[in-house]
Design a protein around this ligand. Structure first.
Ligand SMILES: C[S@@+](CC[C@H](N)C(=O)[O-])C[C@H]1O[C@@H](n2cnc3c(N)ncnc32)[C@H](O)[C@@H]1O
Length: 374
């Protein structure tokens, strides 16, 4: 199982963010070295940022850089090693102390200035040429950290400045997966256990609890059947064409642009006699520099299903029960929407509306389902 900051129980998307709650539930996990280590061990992620910086040294040599959410300090250190004149490394948690030690241990204390504080509150002495950040959560937007990068860009990037990464995309594709059976069994097992429990409670303790069956069932259904799952999909599990559902230009996107994702797309099933079990969702980001000041080497970081280049982000899997038998030539028409959870602006709610037409021309009853990305 992959892990990013959990963000559970944080603040509202509509009201002001309660900073204390947000810190306790979101930032706190990033204060642990074991968590930073998991990201530092992700070779796909590390290689992409390393290559983006060192194969595009012209963006860093003699330049000022801001690392938004420096964590262990790794991106700030690389920026300095690539020749930056000054690097501001901002980190909200006490991880800043480890970053500071790491900077000193690598003899970069004259270039990298670690600043402990929230990006929204720190004051820098100057504007910067480059903003670098690793802000991507599960399915790209979970964690809503890109808001802080947008804030940093709007306040601290020079008009000629460059964003690292410069672009991001979200992808969705139909999949087959044995998890669809496993999760249904888990749910049914939990309900069987519940029925035994209410019978025992009545027999031994004289209390009738069946009035709670419906809310318990709803709770378990949400947990087992409506919560998206972290999974490392094999490419063979993708059974139809993948669609891009969102494209972000990191230089120009506003918070308003990323509050919601809306997309309608069609996907042609490309596999014979298979089960359509739901959707897989993933993202990629690109390092292209800016139009007037492009990268010498464009780098891509993809979290697509892969046999040997998996990432700690994996993919998010959205299971549709029961699975539908489809064939090569079946076609899916999909409406997708994603919004921030009202209870916690760092979590997401996703809706799929799917119409399936079979190669025979038969159109199946539409499928509609809501999911929680938690
Ligand atoms: C995904 S980690 C990346 C850490 C490091 N840059 C790396 O690439 O290994 C994101 C980091 O950003 C920090 N962070 C998130 N939002 C922030 C904000 N608004 N201000 C300062 N730090 C923030 C988190 O505490 C976390 O350490």
């Amino acid at each position: 199982m992959g892990s990013r900051a959990n963000g559970v129980g944080s603040s509202s998307a509509n009201g002001p963010v309660d900073k204390g709650v947000d810190f306790a539930n979101y930032f706190c996990t990033y204060a642990f070295l074991y968590h930073q280590k998991e990201m530092l061990c992700d070779r796909v992620r590390m290689d992409a940022y390393y290559n983006a910086i060192f194969q595009n040294k012209h963006h860093f040599q003699g330049k000022t850089v801001l690392d938004v959410g420096t964590g262990s300090g790794i991106l700030a250190i690389w920026s300095a090693q690539a020749g930056a004149r000054k690097v501001y490394a901002v980190e909200a948690t006490k991880m800043s102390e480890h970053a500071q030690n790491l900077v000193k241990a690598n003899n970069l204390q004259d270039i990298v200035e670690v600043i402990e504080g929230s990006m929204e509150e720190v004051v820098l002495p100057e504007k910067v040429d480059v903003i670098i950040s690793e802000w991507m959560g599960y399915f790209l937007l979970r964690e809503s950290m890109f808001d802080s990068v947008i804030f940093a860009r709007d306040h601290w990037l020079k008009p000629t400045g460059v964003m690292y990464p410069s672009h991001a995309r979200m992808w969705v594709a139909p999949i087959r997966s044995g998890l669809v059976d496993q999760k249904k069994n888990d749910y049914e097992g939990a309900m069987d256990d519940w029925y035994g429990f209410i019978e025992d409670t009545k027999n031994y303790y004289g209390v009738e609890m069946s009035v709670l069956t419906k809310p318990f069932s709803e709770e378990q259904e949400k947990y087992y059947l409506q919560t998206s799952l972290w999974n490392n999909l094999h490419p063979h599990q993708v059974i139809g064409t993948a669609a891009i559902i969102k494209e972000i230009d990191c230089l120009t996107a506003t918070v308003n642009d990323i509050l919601q994702v809306r997309s309608t797309f069609s996907s042609a099933i490309s596999m014979e006699h298979t089960r359509f079990c739901g959707f897989g969702g993933w993202f990629d980001v690109h390092f292209r520099g800016r139009r007037e000041d492009p990268a010498q080497q464009e780098i891509e970081l993809t979290t697509a299903p892969s046999t040997n280049n998996g990432t700690h982000w994996g993919q998010q899997v959205f299971l549709l029960h029961p699975p539908t038998h489809v064939d090569e030539g079946s076609n899916l028409n999909v409406s997708f929407s994603m919004d921030r959870s009202k209870e916690n602006h760092r979590l997401m709610e996703v809706d799929f509306h799917v119409k399936i037409s079979q190669p025979s021309g038969m159109i199946l009853p539409p499928i509609k389902k809501k999911f929680y990305v938690e």
